[in-house]
Design a protein around this ligand. Structure first.
Ligand SMILES: [Zn+2]
Length: 446
């Protein structure tokens, strides 16, 4: 790696053994070139026949250059709760373990939980994360300081002790205020809304949230049909499935991202397609919590936008999106009994271009002119990449043989944030110590 990569701001030309632009067509440019001006990609193409670098310093990548991965569903500060309440069903885990701990949270806990998560995400090549959590300023501060990129969608969920009659209204107003203050900050923060789910947030509140989000062209990010039990209980109470009830109430109009989306009927799938609801598919969290396997190929066949998510680190338990890529393909093949069910290109798309589209951000997860220079360099000299006989095999290896261990260097908006596997923007030792000590306090209830 050229050491000048540490100052990859301003005008830079990256020259890589292979550029994988993640354009949805399986393109590989070997060797390839990516030009960056002031944090934005200006040109992508094969190295052969490129116009002169025009004075740009060259950063040589011994390996592949990809767009930064995009995590569409996470609660990253839950690094504080990693490994707690293992083996419980979702409803008991939420009510007995998580929510009582979350009621004790302070802003500093969220700041450090998010900071540690940023180091982990960036190290894995995940440059954008869609976050649903609390203490929104602390979370945003951590993302900005770590040099990462996030869709901050503050969680709307009443925890134990939050009993004020106007609690919902005040929470919604607080998020609108956050949007006014911090949306667009550092060019790396987008603010949306995350009402937890239709079974935890009253329908009139969901309607108000959706209306505010439409007014601000903001994302509404919620959990939907994660467990059969929750979906069945909702239908029994409301006389329709969650998508049916939300559609009838006007909640699905706007930018909607429905995490999990496992227990959906044919009619629900049709509603998703009709309202252009996007899905954050979280196969590892769903498997670990035995929630089910989402109908991924049915969603994609209907043209529904899908991206991958890790979910929070208390239910996965790491933030390694590369694991989701492979598991999504494996589960899609098992569910359909079809070894061609999800190609390597399609699987990688779910963590890159497809994930950006699921967030309503077609500029993310791609290397194309106008996209932010969120870049990931991966070494190809690993034994698992042998043999490498053609470009198609490179994509197959990236999905079936590679993993986050091959990520060497990462840039966000042209700024290098990981070099030779080390996060440059976070004091990882300090973050580890902070999270460890705070996790103990939250568990002990002191
Ligand atoms: Zn979640």
């Amino acid at each position: 790696m050229d050491p000048s990569g540490g100052a990859a701001e301003g005008r830079v030309r990256f020259v890589a053994d292979a550029v994988v632009p993640c354009d949805g067509r399986g393109t590989v440019l070997a060797p390839g070139v990516v030009d960056v001006d002031d944090g934005t990609v200006t040109a992508v193409g094969p190295a052969d026949g490129r116009p002169p670098a025009d004075g740009r310093p060259e950063v040589r990548i011994d390996g592949a250059l990809l767009p930064g991965l995009v995590n569409t569903h996470c609660h990253s500060p839950m690094t504080l709760f990693r490994g707690t309440g293992e083996n419980l069903p979702l409803d008991r885990w939420l009510r007995e373990v998580l929510w009582p701990r979350e009621a004790r949270l302070r802003p500093g806990d969220v700041y450090w939980g998010m900071t540690l998560a940023c180091a982990e995400l960036l190290r894995f090549g995940v440059t954008t994360t869609c976050e649903a959590y609390f203490f929104d300023d602390a979370l945003t501060d951590a993302v900005v300081a770590a040099g990462s990129r996030a869709l901050v969608t503050p969680g709307i969920l009443r925890l134990p002790g939050q009993d004020a009659p106007d609690w919902w209204e005040r929470r919604l107003a607080g998020i609108v205020d956050l949007h006014a203050r911090r949306h667009g900050e550092a060019g790396r923060i987008e603010v949306g809304f995350a009402p937890h789910a239709a079974y935890t947030v009253p329908l009139p509140v969901l309607r108000d949230v959706a209306a505010e989000a439409r007014r601000l062209d903001a994302l509404v990010h919620l959990h939907l049909a994660e467990t059969a039990r929750e979906a069945d209980a909702f239908t029994a109470e409301h006389g329709g499935s969650v998508p049916e009830v939300l559609a009838a109430a006007g909640v699905l109009e706007g930018r909607i991202l429905a995490a999990h989306s496992i227990w959906l009927s044919e009619r629900d799938l049709d509603l998703y397609a009709a309202f252009d609801v996007a899905v954050a598919h979280c196969p590892q969290s769903n498997a670990k919590l035995a929630s089910g396997v989402a109908p991924l190929t049915d969603l994609l066949a209907r043209g529904i936008r899908v991206g991958l998510g890790t979910d929070g680190p208390a239910s996965n338990n790491d933030l390694d999106l590369w694991e989701e890529v492979r598991l999504a393909a494996l589960l899609a093949r098992l569910r359909t009994g079809d070894p061609a069910a999800l190609s390597a290109t399609a699987a990688l798309d779910l963590a890159t271009r497809g994930a950006g589209r699921a967030l309503g951000r077609s500029d993310l997860g791609v290397l194309a002119p106008g996209a932010p220079a969120d870049l990931v360099a991966m070494r190809l000299d690993d034994p698992a990449f042998v043999p490498l006989l053609d470009d198609a095999m490179l994509l197959e290896h990236l999905v079936w043989s590679a993993s986050s261990r091959l990520v060497t260097d990462v840039w966000v908006a042209g700024r290098q944030v990981v070099r030779a596997g080390e996060c440059l923007t976070v004091d990882v030792d300090e973050a580890r110590a902070q999270v460890h000590q705070r996790a103990r306090r939250l568990a002990d209830g002191t």
